[in-house]
Ligand binder design. Structure first.
Ligand code: TYM
Length: 344
């Protein structure tokens, strides 16, 4: 697709997911499932962000298999590679090139505010990689390299998108000509649905995460029916019956999380879910949740296994996607270089 053809698409989304193993229900409900719905109305670009993955040490063979697994998960969930562009980030070198230019636009003070870096680096900040610190700058380059207008993500990425907006407007101020319209569009986050922050099944105050050492904390997209059932049965709860109103849920993080997951899986409001289950105990609610989770995830893991049997097909999809992504990215980066003053 040429850039002029791309101009026909007013709304354009970009989103990414790291190939770091253990794709879970949070990734699915907070991101992938929304992408599937959005691909009908938006020109869509989805990337498996392997450059982001190496900000934390990865075993090379594991990185490769996780990249295949994430590609399979995206496709098995319903992303159509004929409609949307699907590719792995490192295949389009323009991401890294634009990130360098943005490193020279972004201020250290802005990065110092990023909560995810603080969480990921923990107490041992001196030992964190420079890549982990600059991670949000690369994320801004992912989005702006395609002049994406919308970015569908879970709640945890909101701050990074705000930073991408700051970088875009700073670049515009520094380099867009006075009488021209701004070069970069400021991208909008799309944080959609009932499960924008799915919490751990072991601790309702902690986010469900790929890196949690306890596998019982999350439902993986590759979990079997038995594993899903076991994890939901063991999920932490409290001794009270399910309440009638949202206010009564306020200090019950585990109950609130399970009800949000149920609402999201069944595409209904949390108020409606409460009306179905108020006064009931978890022993009544959990089997219903298990049924719903298995019904949603089983077909996805089945399809993933099928796709992973032939990685050649995934290779073709990724290569094709990278070619299409590059066609859009190259001219935009060229314009950026021109504006910055490089000889091109
Ligand atoms: P990552 O790989 O951590 O997560 C992928 C997507 O899943 C969402 N998510 C969740 N949503 C709800 N509940 C949860 N517990 C949960 N955990 C994860 C994330 O919000 C995300 O949408 N930095 C990004 C990847 C990225 C990106 C981008 C995203 C790189 N470049 C450009 C958008 C645009 C990340 O680490 O996602």
């Amino acid at each position: 697709m040429t850039n002029s053809k791309l101009e026909n698409y007013k709304k354009r989304i970009f989103s990414g997911i790291q190939p770091t193993g253990n794709l879970h229900l949070g990734n699915y409900l907070g991101a992938i499932r929304n992408w599937v719905n959005l691909q009908k109305d938006f020109f869509s670009i989805f990337s498996i962000v392997d450059l982001h993955a190496i900000t934390i040490p990865q075993k090379p063979s594991q990185l490769k298999s996780s990249t295949y697994e994430v590609a399979a998960a995206i496709i098995a969930s319903g992303i159509d590679p004929k409609k949307a562009i699907v590719f792995n980030q490192s295949s389009v070198k323009e991401h890294a090139e634009l990130a360098w230019i943005f490193n020279c636009v972004c201020k250290i003070g802005w990065l110092n505010r990023m909560t995810q870096f603080k969480e990921k680096a923990g107490k041992n900040r001196e030992k964190a990689s420079v890549g982990l610190y600059g991670y949000p700058v690369l994320m801004a380059s992912d989005i702006l390299l395609y002049k994406a207008t919308h970015v569908p993500v879970g709640d945890d990425q909101k701050q990074h998108i705000e930073l991408a907006r700051d970088i875009a407007s700073s670049f515009n101020n520094m380099f867009s000509g006075k009488n021209e319209k701004d070069f970069f569009i400021l991208p909008e986050p799309q944080i959609l649905g009932q499960a924008t922050r799915v919490m751990s099944l072991r601790d309702g105050k902690k986010k469900m995460s790929k890196s949690d050492i306890s596998d019982l904390s999350r439902i993986n997209l590759t979990d079997t029916k038995e594993e899903i059932s076991n994890k939901i049965k063991k999920a932490k709860t409290d001794p009270l019956p399910l309440p009638t109103s949202l206010e009564e849920l306020e200090n019950r993080p585990e109950a609130s999380n399970l009800l949000n997951i149920y609402s999201s899986l069944s595409n209904q409001s949390i108020e409606f879910t409460l009306s179905q289950f108020s006064g009931k105990g978890f022993s009544f609610f959990k089997p219903k949740l298990i049924e719903l989770a298995v019904e949603t995830l089983n077909p996805i893991s089945f399809e993933m296994r099928k796709l992973l049997k032939d990685t050649n097909e995934i290779d073709n999809i990724l290569k094709n996607g990278a070619d299409k992504a590059r066609e859009i990215a190259e001219p935009i980066l060229k314009d950026v270089k021109y504006l910055v003053g490089f000889i091109i």
